[in-house]
Design a protein around this ligand. Structure first.
Ligand SMILES: [Fe+2]
Ligand SMILES: [Fe+2]
Length: 330
């Protein structure tokens, strides 16, 4: 079991106080209204009475890298469920840290962003992200009972975003890239997870995440249009860097170790995982998730004004092409 861990990021963010509190941006104010209307309570609105069924896994088996390979075939049903439980604990732990990161970064954005409507909305996102971290933490502690530590690649990305002084870079990393991914991911988990409580949780989180993605869509276009060529390039580079960091994913080594895979097997699984990713030999819903995320990221970059020839080239190197081309190729 992981020991409680804390680390401190020495971030300095400006606090912009505005004396203009009348509505400036009606669309952003409408998003704030929606956020207030659609609040939910993790203690009241989730049915916590269900216990995990030892006969079934939690997240979809198809997300486990060895699914469908000889490694999977040689496991008994009990061993598969055991691996699923550790894999799910590992995956949900990373999501939980992502929610805590979002809580911290949104509290920074509330300070830095200049307009009152955006500040009001950010205040609601801080509460939303606290609720997401709370609900996933409760699920992990009460239902699964296994917590895994934050992976080093996610930690690096979170620390980098928390250290940036510009709100629009934080928003590109968080609301544009990470939350576009979160929407596709929570949709897949809500539809395909094996366990009812986590399906209900993901469905609730999903509804909030689309609002958060909406903040990026409303706040970024004007800001990006006002940037100098050099600043804009910096944003384009960072958007692609964040996307590739998240796409590369992380390897759940500790979950394989926990169920007794040898070091040699784990190295082989790591190799196999890359091979499967290159050929995109995933189960249907995972292929759909990838296509869905690629298309949303492409469209959202276009909507905020970040889809230049430069980014198109960088996205192509990551295997992300225009949605209609992906559809034709599929
Ligand atoms: Fe969230
Ligand atoms: Fe969010």
């Amino acid at each position: 079991m992981a020991q409680p861990q804390t680390h401190t990021i020495q971030a300095t963010v400006p606090a912009v106080f505005t004396q203009t509190l009348a509505v400036q941006d009606q669309d952003m104010r409408n998003l704030y209204e929606k956020a207030k209307r659609d609040q939910w309570n993790a203690s009241r609105d989730i049915d916590w009475s269900l216990d995990l069924d030892p006969q079934h896994g939690i997240l979809p088996d198809g997300l486990i890298d060895i699914y469908g390979t000889p490694y999977w075939e040689r496991l008994s049903p009990t061993q598969r469920n055991e691996l699923n439980r550790h894999f799910s604990a590992w995956r949900i732990s990373q999501l939980m840290y992502g929610e805590e990161f979002a809580l911290l970064v949104c509290s920074q954005i509330a300070n830095i962003v200049p307009g009152i409507d955006a500040k009001f909305f950010m205040a609601t996102q801080v509460v939303d992200e606290a609720r997401h971290a709370e609900v996933l933490a409760r699920y992990i502690h009460e239902k699964i009972g296994i917590v895994y530590p934050l992976t080093s690649s996610l930690k690096q990305l979170f620390d980098q975003i928390l250290s940036m002084p510009q709100w629009y870079l934080k928003t590109v990393g968080t609301q544009l890239v990470a939350e576009t991914l979160a929407v596709s991911l929570f949709r897949m988990l809500a539809d395909h997870s094996q366990e009812a409580t986590i399906r209900a949780i993901c469905k609730r989180i999903l509804a909030d995440e689309s609002r958060h993605m909406g903040f990026g869509m409303l706040s970024l276009p004007e800001q990006i249009a006002a940037l100098s060529e050099r600043e804009r390039r910096e944003v384009e580079d960072f958007a692609c860097e964040a996307a590739s960091g998240l796409l590369r994913g992380q390897f759940p080594r500790e979950a394989y170790e926990a169920v007794g895979f040898s070091t040699a097997d784990i190295e082989d699984i790591k190799r196999l995982r890359l091979e499967i990713a290159q050929k995109s030999e995933y189960v249907a819903f995972r292929k759909y998730f990838k296509k869905d995320f690629h298309a949303s990221l492409w469209n959202n970059l276009a909507r905020v004004g970040l889809l230049s020839d430069y980014t198109v080239e960088k996205l192509a190197a990551m295997g992300i092409t225009a949605p209609q081309q992906s559809a034709a190729a599929a």
